[in-house]
Ligand binder design. Structure first.
Ligand SMILES: NC(=O)c1ccc[n+]([C@@H]2O[C@H](COP(=O)([O-])OP(=O)(O)OC[C@H]3O[C@@H](n4cnc5c(N)ncnc54)[C@H](O)[C@@H]3O)[C@@H](O)[C@H]2O)c1
Length: 279
């Protein structure tokens, strides 16, 4: 146990000093409330500072120590600033980092602009790389805590017309697996969250071809087998149990198994299913 931490709670999700990116909406906001419910303090980080501040205000009204910071996770300098200032803002060393901020991008390969590819890579992949780069050493020095990286079932699902998103999430999963092996024996746990559909504002906040927006919006309600609050609760408990992979929904777990069992059949099936549902 490093300096600055007197008493170690039993689990990293309990009484955490948490940095949560993308905390202004959806799954990130649910993580913020759940960490608070477990007695923790929260630094709500979002590119939309106003939304992060709203979450922090409502947490403070519940008696939680919560502060907000506007920060673009894709920006190296802003993330370095976050890493330097998280401890003073939280009032104690960071024990939990949830790299959750992410954006949706859809469209066929060749049609999606390279500018949009860079945008998606910057937020979804570089954002998580920055979070791990700057915070993993702090947690390792502390010898205690947890990191949750929000990937997606897209990391292995490879659904059509989501190439950039799929690539970023596969990268997040590989990063999490590598970090898990590096953190073995350090007292720091790591979980990679891989949900399928969770109703949030990801479609409204994302970039999709107009012809796919209605399908994406209706998928949010029609195919969602869970909600953001449940996902946050289950994932924090998975972190406490030291589980690297968190697949909260049955459709995600089936896709994961089918792809391992018969990858070619899986690729054909996902292509056919997409054409049937989206066209
Ligand atoms: N909703 C789903 O179906 C689903 C499924 C699998 C994985 N995910 C992942 O869950 C995470 C959270 O997404 P969500 O569904 O809650 O979406 P959301 O749009 O409701 O929330 C995302 C939040 O991230 C913030 N954000 C965007 N770019 C940022 C940046 N550069 N820096 C800091 N903050 C930024 C947004 O302002 C927003 O508050 C994402 O990583 C997403 O890829 C979502």
């Amino acid at each position: 146990m490093g300096a600055g931490m007197k008493k170690k709670p039993l689990h990293p999700s309990t009484q955490a000093a948490a940095v949560i990116t993308g905390a202004g909406s959806g799954i990130g906001r649910s993580f913020a409330y759940e960490v608070a419910r477990r007695g923790g303090s929260v630094l709500c980080v979002d590119i939309n500072e106003e939304r992060a501040e709203q979450v922090a205000i409502s947490l403070r009204a519940l008696g939680t120590h919560a502060v907000a910071l506007g920060c673009d996770v894709g920006d190296e300098k802003q993330m370095a600033y976050l890493a330097e200032n998280a401890e003073p803002l939280l009032g104690r060393p960071v024990t939990l980092v949830i790299n959750n901020a992410g954006v949706g991008l859809g469209g066929p390969i060749g049609e999606v602009s390279l500018e949009d590819w860079h945008w998606c890579m910057n937020v979804n992949l570089w954002g998580v790389i920055h979070g791990c780069h700057y915070f993993a050493p702090q947690l390792r020095d502390l010898g205690y805590g947890g990191i949750i990286n929000v990937a997606s079932a897209a990391a292995f699902g490879s659904a059509p017309e989501m190439a950039a998103y799929n690539v970023t999430k596969a990268g997040v999963l590989a990063l999490s697996e590598t970090l898990s092996s590096e953190l073995t024996g350090t007292g720091v746990k790591i979980t990679a969250l891989c949900p399928t559909v969770v109703p949030t504002n990801i479609v409204e906040n994302g970039r999709l071809p107009e012809r796919r927006r209605d399908f994406a919006r209706s998928a949010m309600t029609r195919y969602a087998l869970t909600n953001a609050d449940q996902v946050a609760r289950q994932t924090l408990s998975a972190l406490d149990r030291g589980e690297l992979y968190m697949l909260p929904q049955i459709d995600g777990r089936l896709a994961w198994r089918l792809k391992r069992l018969t990858p070619r059949l899986y690729a054909r099936a996902i292509g056919e299913a997409y054409r049937m549902l989206a066209d």
